[in-house]
Write a protein that binds this ligand. Structure first.
Ligand code: MOS
Length: 717
């Protein structure tokens, strides 16, 4: 391959670093009015009185919308609606921070000032935002994925499963409970919508991971044909899941603009990021393991409980990774959910496996330590040659190579299993390992590749650039087939007028959209050959249209996973990505402050299209994992029923000082079944396994096993 597999720099890099990339809030729209929200201050109940008179009189106010005068929306499906509980339709309050009024004014300042003048009285109901307090009310999840799986049988009761640990002559038993924290996405680019009506047609500039799904949801809510809605998003400044579904500001900007007959722009503030578009809910995971004295698993059970909102049954599948990881003869995963009075949780990089691999891989480390077995050896002892739950073969899997190559590159043999035994000056040094896995979501996609005047090539598809490098990767796909440099190819995305593509979620875009671009480019190549009557040569591109008196020559391509599973898993094989994550931590011996010294991830993901953007994806994921492990925690304020920390000063994400040497290694692999180029989706895998590797390293450094993320120094003292 000439272009696929090459570490090309981002084709949109110059636009981004010079500030010329146009993000939603930067789109110049004329005659625009500005929206600002007043928010509910209680988590549960109803608005009994809303006082807007003073706000109405404030300078610059055009109109104020509340539940009393907001036009009725039609019901929508969720997902992609972030909350099927649509905004300002009734007096009901289901979470603190829910919008109760939208002020539209001549300037942002006027709107924000008037919103501050609005007050409300409420009927307040009893509430609970902490799911651990209402665990008794947990019920089995029944969402789109199979919530509970079981193969084989094993009686933990025979081992005295009521105890935390038990040991018989032949069996080691352990049961441990792990917790991950509520977290928020916090992309640098706050969510924004600019709604422009042209007669009966809506043009929405919007921060979204899915222009097509957003169009459908808005059309449903507004009761108009999807063809009347156009959604445009040229660049997204980080999303991580919070711009996947459609949230209140997106519906309300469209409604308000239609009512006042003027474009309306809404940009969320940083604190609104903590209530408007979901969060990653906390999880409680119970791991129950039985193994023989050599570490061979006899049974493995992973039970998850997570909170959801009062109006949706969002499920965080916090036990899902355990279904595919180890060859246990008895294997069971369960998922339960509990209603709490918070906004709906939503996927956040990396959903499901990102939580479950903390529980599973911490427990495996505990088992390895107690049986005095090397953690990598324990994992190889229980290596799954086929999917242990479905029994299907894997489409491809090189996790063994990840462990072995990663261990060698990282210097695993320098590790001493005895906690606290590696000391460097004033620091305890610890080394840990954890496995990673992610489901390979695949979705049908369409694309068009066009030969234009002077041999220019245009790629078009309605996918989105959420920071992953999709402009570059799609250019590489067309460049590979048409044998021209990727830099010469123009890529147009992020517009519902273009050929339909899926939401940029679940690391699915390169597989689906990339394969569709390959298909379109190959079809264009054949069309060019037919037109010219000669074998394709890139040298002839520049004059071929003129010779035939044509303005352009376009070819439509598509790709579909071609199976029954709506999430794109093939019927006959199990398709997942894998990785082995190695972490070294240093813990200050006087202050017990944990810091990560280095991380290496070795990954099994099929063919890599662009090693440079791929490395950015994986190291970005590692930083995300450092946040999950050490800093990120949305704290519940139980008196008022909201999240307490709502800014980046009190919600801590890793900064440069927290980010050490990060390395990503991709083992040689091609997965013919995954996509047209033999590669799988990678981005979210980078965030998986990192927290467990760090927690395991912290144990190795200090002998303290922290089972409750994040690992803050108070838990180590
Ligand atoms: Mo990703 S959390 O599926 O946007």
């Amino acid at each position: 391959m000439k272009t696929i597999g090459k570490p090309l720099s981002r084709v949109d890099g110059l636009l981004k670093v010079t500030g010329r990339a146009v993000y939603t809030a930067d789109v110049p729209a004329s005659n625009v009015a500005y929206g600002a929200f007043a928010l509910a201050t209680i988590p549960s109940g109803a608005v009994t009185k809303i006082e807007t008179a003073e706000a109405e009189k404030a300078a610059g106010v055009i109109k104020i919308f509340t539940h009393l005068n907001t036009p009725k929306l039609k019901p929508v499906k969720s997902p992609p609606a972030g909350q099927s509980f649509l905004p300002m339709q009734t007096a009901e309050i289901k979470y603190a921070g829910q919008p109760i009024a939208l002020v539209v004014a001549e300037t942002l300042e006027a709107a924000a000032h008037a919103a501050d003048l609005i007050s409300a009285e409420y009927k307040e109901d009893a509430f609970e935002i902490d799911f651990t307090k209402s665990k008794a009310k947990a019920y089995p999840a029944e969402n789109f994925a199979e919530p509970n799986t079981k193969v084989g049988d094993f009686s933990f009761a025979a081992l005295g499963a009521s105890k935390t640990d038990a040991e018989t002559a032949s069996t080691k038993f352990l049961r441990r409970v792990y917790r991950t924290a509520d977290r928020h996405h916090n992309p640098i680019e706050s969510s924004a919508s600019i709604a422009v009506w042209q007669n009966d047609d809506l043009l929405l500039y919007n921060t979204t991971q899915g222009v097509c799904s957003c169009r459908q949801t808005l059309a449903d809510a507004l009761g108009i044909e999807p063809e009347r809605v156009r959604v445009v998003t040229k660049f997204v400044g980080g999303a991580f899941g919070c711009k996947g579904y459609v949230w209140a500001h997106e519906f309300l900007s469209a409604v308000a603009a239609r009512e006042i007959k003027r474009p309306v722009k809404i940009v969320l503030s940083r604190d609104q990021d903590f209530t408007f578009h979901g969060h990653q809910c906390a999880s409680e995971q119970t791991l129950t393991i039985a193994a023989d004295k050599n570490g061979k698993l006899k049974a493995l059970k992973h039970d998850s409980i997570t909170p959801t909102s009062q109006f949706e049954d969002y499920v965080e599948y916090a036990a899902i990774g355990t279904r595919v990881m180890y060859a246990a003869p008895a294997l069971e995963t369960t998922h339960k959910i509990v209603k709490v009075d918070l906004n709906n949780p939503t996927p956040m990089r990396a959903p499901h496996e990102g939580l479950s691999m903390f529980g599973l891989e911490s427990a495996m480390d505990e088992l390895a330590f107690e049986l005095k077995i090397d953690p990598i050896k324990l994992r190889l002892t229980n290596y799954a040659e086929k999917d242990p739950t479905s029994g299907k073969p894997f489409s491809s899997k090189k996790l063994r190579e990840c462990y072995l190559e990663g261990a060698k590159m990282f210097g695993w043999n320098k590790r001493n299993q005895q906690p606290g035994s590696m000391i460097d000056g004033n620091h305890f040094v610890g080394i840990g390992v954890a496995s990673a896995t992610m489901t390979s979501f695949r979705f049908p996609s369409k694309a068009r590749v066009t030969l234009e005047k002077n041999g220019a090539i245009l790629v078009e598809t309605a996918t989105q650039e959420i920071g992953t490098g999709v402009y570059t990767v799609l250019a590489q796909m067309a460049a590979e087939v048409l044998e021209i440099p990727a830099e010469k190819i123009r890529v147009e995305i992020g517009d519902t007028l273009l050929p339909e593509a899926n939401m940029s979620a679940g690391s699915s875009s390169t597989m689906g959209v990339g394969s569709a671009v390959l298909d379109a480019a190959m079809k264009l190549k054949r069309k060019i050959e037919e037109l010219s009557g000669a074998r394709y040569s890139p040298e002839n591109l520049s004059n071929i249209l003129e010779d035939k008196n044509l303005g352009k020559l376009a070819a439509d391509g598509e790709w579909t996973p071609g199976n029954k599973n709506p999430l794109g898993e093939p019927d006959d094989v199990s398709m997942h990505t894998f990785g082995a994550i190695f972490a070294e931590v240093r813990v200050d011996r006087s202050l017990m402050i944990p810091r990560v010294a280095r991380i290496l991830g070795a990954y099994s993901v099929g063919r890599i299209v662009n090693p440079k953007t791929a490395k950015s994806q994986m190291t970005g994921g590692m930083i995300w994992g450092i946040g999950q492990a050490l800093t990120e925690h949305s704290i519940l304020e139980r008196t008022y029923g909201c999240f307490l920390n709502r800014d980046l000063a009190s919600y801590e994400v890793p900064v440069n000082l927290d980010v050490p040497v990060l390395e990503a290694h991709f083992v040689e692999e091609i997965d013919e079944r995954a996509s047209a180029f033999g590669g799988k989706g990678i981005g979210e895998l980078g965030g998986v396994g990192v927290a467990a590797a760090i927690a395991n390293a912290v144990f190795n450094a200090t002998g303290k096993r922290v089972r409750n993320l994040p690992i803050t120094l108070d838990k180590l003292i």
